[in-house]
Structure formats: C-alpha cells, structure tokens
Ligand binder design. Structure first.
Ligand SMILES: Cc1ncc(COP(=O)(O)O)c(C=O)c1O
Length: 389
C-alpha cells in the first residue's frame, strides 16, 4: 500500500504529542488542569437543544439533507447578518451552510489552489488555512503577525511578485491564537490590496460574538467592495456553544460560494436537518445568553491576565475571543515551556509554535474551563512562581 505523497508534506501535528502527554499523566493519576482547548465549557442554550430534539423526532428529517441547506436556515443566516452587522445577503446565492466552518475552510482551498499556487496565510494562525493549502497541492506564504503591529499583517511587506502570484489571502479577526482585533481601516486596506493583486480574501470570523468591555467586532462583509472579492466564514460553535453539533456558514461573493458548493456537493451530503433547525432557533431565538456568557469569560480573562503578568508571562488583555496569548521568558522554546508547565504545575496550554514559526516565544491559554478549575490553575501558577524565585 502506498499513501499519496501529499500526506508527507503535512507538518507533524504538535498538539497530538501534547495530548498524548496529558493522557499519560492523567492515566498516572495526575490532576491536569487544561487551558489547552478552545471548546466552550458552557452549555448550548436549552431552547436550541429542545428544538433539535423535536426535529430529530420528525421523520422528514431522517432522510439525506441537501448540500445547499434548508431554505429556512439560509433565511435565518441572512436575517442574522442584517440584524447584527447591517449586511444584506441573498439567501439563495450569497451563503452556504457548512458542517462546521473548519470543513469549509479546508475545502475552499480546492476551489482556488492548484499545484504550486500560493495562498497568503497569517503566522501564527489557525492551522487549517495552511494545511488546506498544502492538501490542495499549493504552498502557504506566511504573513507574520508581530506584536509591534498589534498582530496585524503588514501588507506592504509582502513582495509584489508574491502577492501577484497568490490566489487567496486568509485573514482572521478577532484572532485565534493572539486574541487581536481589527477595525474597518485594516479591512479596507485588505480589500484595496486584494484588488491591486487580483486576490480573493477569505475572512474567518467565528469569534465576532465573543467580545468584552462593550466592544462589538465588525464583519469583513461591512466593508465596501468586500463582497466583490471575498467571503467570510462564520460559525455557531463559539457564539451558541455548539462546537459538538458542527454547523457554520460561509457568506459573501456569489461566485466563491458557488465554487465551494461545487466541491461540497460532490463530497458531502449536507448537515443533518435536526441540527439545521437547531441553528435556525439559535439565530432567530433569544440572544440573551451571549452577554451572560461573555461576562463569565471576561471575569476569567481579568483574573488570568492579572496573574500571568504578575508571574512574568506578559499577556495583553484581549478585547475578544476566549484566548490569552502570553509571552514566555526568553531562553525557552514554547514546547519546552509547555512541557515544564505540564510536568511541574499540572497545567496544559498550547505551545505557540503549533500555530506557526512566529508563534514561537508564546503560549496560548483558553478561558473555556470552569471558574473553579481556573482559580485552581491560577493558584498553582502563583505558587509555582513563588517556589521558583
Ligand atoms: C479561527 C478559527 N476558525 C475556525 C474554527 C472552526 O470552528 P468550527 O467549529 O465552526 O469548525 C476555529 C475553532 O477553533 C477557529 O479557532
């Protein structure tokens, strides 16, 4: 048996090694507090689950769904974008529901990238942007996100020849893993840059509703001209705590949406309809839990960031996302430091290098653990710091 060579091009999946280590320690009876996974600990609101259960009992939902998604869902997505961002989208042409946004993020590479083609990808960044590019036969060209630039890419630093050759540019704000945010002026610059170099933009926006201190992140689709050159991926995972139900969407440029539809209609058979009805309920029903849950994350953020800075792990206060991106002391690699926290403190985080070369020197904490465990984790970090002084 011979596997395809493209698999050899994928870098080793670092998180697997860390997860194995956590499992090993837990099997030995160690109490590991994990700040490693960006999966909300808070429940899917009950009205959404109720709706899903009812729909699951309806025989019409036992059958294959359509790749295009239910008309009710497309209408609900259009209403949500209009209400939240003032963005008008045509339900029949300018959107496509996804089996979680990760699925669409991976597949859209097949629409734009062929052998040898380039995609501009943020570094550090959510790994599927570069891995999808590689699986499609292309190469990522990494745009460094530097702290001194507020973790925004510097479009001017990208050589003209590279920008002209590239087919696609990935952006993601509010950002995983840095917690950085971007304003209208940045997105406007992005649209101008894409127009100059004939690039398509994919903006990945699953965290627009996880925001603090009264901040309301914008949508890329609010920018004039965005729909001519780009799409936005969004998700119900983080807003409605539906990571396990797997539902998201892509909206924007009708040609790009149609290209993704062509790929998907040949590879998958849509999203289970009971989950689509739950998504309609999520998008149209009460949104009250969003502010309540953000208040919980904000409280956790405040406690964690304070302690991290006290113990010398410099961290900015993120205005959105449930991630805290902390700088580790010089002289450590992010993997060594992650192992040290695991072995000496019983705390799991993700090493910055797992998000790209520019992530070296950082670790990521996720605020998606219970308040009790977060408090215990913070106490452990403080006493470890006192001991090691
Ligand atoms: C930046 C980013 N994009 C996309 C996703 C995927 O979300 P979904 O659950 O919709 O596949 C994640 C999940 O962690 C993410 O952090």
């Amino acid at each position: 048996m011979e596997l395809a060579k493209r698999l050899n091009k994928l870098p080793p999946y670092l998180f697997v090694e860390i997860n194995q280590k956590i499992a090993e320690l837990r099997a030995r009876g160690e109490d590991i507090i994990s700040f490693a996974i960006g999966d909300p600990d808070l429940p899917t609101p009950s009205h959404i689950i109720e709706c899903m259960c009812q729909a699951a009992r309806d025989p019409t939902n036992y059958r294959y769904p359509e790749t295009a998604g239910l008309p009710e869902l497309r209408q609900a997505i259009a209403e949500w974008y209009e209400r939240r961002f003032g963005v008008t989208l045509a339900p029949d042409k300018e959107m496509l529901p996804l089996i979680g946004s990760k699925e669409g993020i991976g597949h859209i590479a097949l629409c734009f990238i062929g052998p040898g083609d380039l995609a501009l990808v943020p570094d550090p960044g959510y790994p599927p942007y570069s891995l999808g590019t590689i699986l499609a036969g292309g190469e990522p060209y990494f745009m460094p996100l530097k702290e001194e630039n507020d973790f925004l890419p510097d479009f001017e630093a990208i050589p003209g020849k590279i920008a002209d050759k590239a087919k696609l540019m990935w952006l993601n704000y509010p950002n995983n893993p840095t917690g950085a945010i971007a304003g209208f002026d940045f997105f406007e610059k992005g649209v101008r840059f894409a127009q100059q170099h004939d690039l398509a933009i994919c903006h990945d926006a699953p965290y627009t509703e996880v925001a603090f201190d009264g901040y309301k992140p914008p949508s890329f689709m609010q920018i004039a001209g965005a729909k001519k050159i780009g799409v936005e991926f969004h998700s119900l995972s983080k807003t409605y705590h539906m990571t396990g139900w797997r539902i998201g969407m892509v909206v924007g440029n009708a040609g790009m949406v149609d290209a993704l539809f062509k790929v998907k209609s040949n590879l998958d058979s849509g999203i289970p309809q009971a989950i689509q009805y739950a998504a309609v309920e999520a998008l149209r029903g009460s949104q009250e839990h969003i502010a309540a849950h953000n208040a919980i994350f904000q409280g956790r953020r405040d406690k964690l960031v304070k302690v991290l800075n006290e113990i010398g792990l410099q961290a900015r206060m993120p205005k959105a996302t449930f991630y805290v991106w902390a700088k580790i002391p010089q002289g450590n690699t992010s993997i060594d430091f992650t192992k040290k926290l695991l072995n000496e403190v019983g705390i799991a985080v993700t090493p910055g290098i797992g998000y790209g070369k520019e992530g070296e020197g950082y670790i990521r904490f996720s605020l998606t653990i219970s308040d009790d465990r977060l408090e215990q984790g913070i106490d452990r970090l403080s006493s470890w710091h006192r001991r090691s002084k």
